[in-house]
Write a protein that binds this ligand. Structure first.
Ligand code: NCD
Length: 315
C-alpha cells in the first residue's frame, strides 16, 4: 500500500489499516515528546524550513485548527487554503490544485475531502519526499482522530487490553468509527461494542472482537470508555431515522445511562456535538467527559505524526 515505502517506513498517513500493535505503540510513545506530564504542549524545530498546507474541502473547526497549531509548534510555515475561494470551485481538478500547491514547495499536505479515497488519490499525485495526511475522506477514514482517541485512552486508562469500549451512534456514515474500530482492534482492546439502530449499522461489522447492540443500555453496561458519534446528516439518505427526538430517546447519552457504565468511565466525542440529540449537556459538561482533553491531546498527536512523516521523508 502506498502509505509505506519498500522498507516499511511511513510515507503518508492515510489509514490505520496495516499498522501493527508495535508500530502504533511506537507512534503513541512519540507523542510524549510533544506534551509533558502536566499536559503542557512543547515547541520544537522538527518542521523548521518546511511548509505545511491544509487543504480542506469539507467543513472543519477542530481538525484544521489543531493541525495548524501543531504545525506552528513544530516551527513549520503553515497555510490553510480557503476552499470557498479555491480554484477547484472554478473547475480546476483536484490534481491540478495539488500540483500547483506542490510547486509552491509544500512539504506536507493535510487533506479533508467528502470523497472516500481522495487522500489516497492525492498521495499518488505528489512527488517523493512530500507527505500527505488524511484528515478525513468521506465515510472512509480519519486516522489522526483514531490516534488521538487512542492516546487519550492510553493517557487516562493506562491500558487497552482490559477495556470495554462502547461506540454509539451513526456507525454507518462515520469515518471516525471505521478508523477507531480498526485501531482498537490492533491495540487488543478486550471488548469493542457498537451501539446503533439497525439502519445505521454497516453490514458484516459483527465478529472479530466487535459486538453489536441495538439497545443502548446493554451496550453501555460496565463500559470503561464511551465514544459518542454525531448523526452524519450530510451523508445520510432520507428515511434512516424516524426523528431526532425519537433518536435521542433511544440512543441519546443521558446521565442515567452513563450510570450503567463503570464508575470511572470516560465519555469521549470527536466533535462537533449535537447537544440534546446524541448527548445531553449534563454529560458533555459532566465529570466523566474528556471531550476537551481529546482536543488538547489532538495537537500533540498531530505534532508527532507530522514530525514522524517529515523525519522519514528527509532521510
Ligand atoms: C469528525 C469528522 O469530521 O469526521 N469530526 C472531527 O474530525 N473532529 C466527526 C464528525 O464530523 O461528526
Amino acid at each position: 500500500m502506498e502509505q509505506w515505502d519498500k522498507n516499511g517506513q511511513l510515507k503518508h498517513l492515510l489509514t490505520v489499516d496495516g499498522f501493527t500493535q508495535s508500530s502504533l505503540n511506537a507512534l503513541l510513545t512519540q507523542v510524549d515528546r510533544f506534551i509533558d506530564e502536566q499536559h503542557r504542549l512543547r515547541h520544537t524545530e522538527d518542521l523548521k524550513d518546511k511548509t505545511v498546507v491544509n487543504v480542506f474541502f469539507e467543513a472543519s473547526t477542530r481538525t484544521r485548527t489543531t493541525f495548524e497549531i501543531a504545525a506552528k509548534r513544530l516551527s513549520a510555515d503553515v497555510i490553510s487554503v480557503n476552499v470557498a475561494t479555491a480554484a477547484t470551485a472554478k473547475g480546476e481538478s483536484l490534481r491540478d490544485t495539488i500540483l500547483n500547491l506542490q510547486a509552491m514547495q509544500a512539504d506536507l499536505f493535510v487533506c479533508r475531502h467528502s470523497d472516500s479515497g481522495a487522500a489516497h488519490f492525492i498521495a499518488k499525485q505528489v512527488k517523493p519526499g512530500v507527505a500527505v495526511i488524511n484528515a478525513g475522506d468521506g465515510c472512509h477514514a480519519h486516522p489522526t482522530q483514531a490516534l488521538l482517541d487512542l492516546y487519550t485512552i492510553k493517557r487516562l486508562k493506562k491500558t487497552f487490553e482490559n477495556l470495554t469500549v462502547t461506540i454509539i451512534g451513526d456507525i454507518l456514515h462515520s469515518r471516525v468509527a471505521r478508523s477507531e474500530i480498526a485501531a482498537l482492534k490492533i491495540m487488543g482492546v478486550k471488548q469493542i461494542r457498537i451501539v446503533a439502530p439497525k439502519t445505521l449499522l454497516p453490514p458484516m461489522i459483527e465478529g472479530n472482537g466487535v459486538h453489536c447492540y441495538t439497545k443502548i443500555e446493554e451496550g453501555i453496561q460496565d463500559a470503561d470508555v464511551i465514544i459518542m458519534l454525531r448523526l452524519q446528516k450530510e451523508r445520510m439518505e432520507e428515511g434512516l431515522l424516524p426523528s431526532l427526538r425519537e433518536y435521542h430517546r433511544s440512543y441519546g447519552l443521558t446521565a442515567a445511562r452513563v450510570a450503567l457504565a463503570k464508575k470511572d468511565v470516560i465519555v469521549m466525542h470527536p466533535g462537533p456535538m449535537d447537544r440534546g440529540v446524541e448527548i445531553d449537556s449534563v454529560v458533555a459538561d459532566g465529570p466523566h467527559s474528556v471531550i476537551l482533553q481529546q482536543v488538547h491531546f489532538g495537537i500533540a498527536v498531530r505534532m508527532a505524526v507530522m514530525a514522524e512523516l517529515i523525519a522519514r521523508n528527509r532521510s
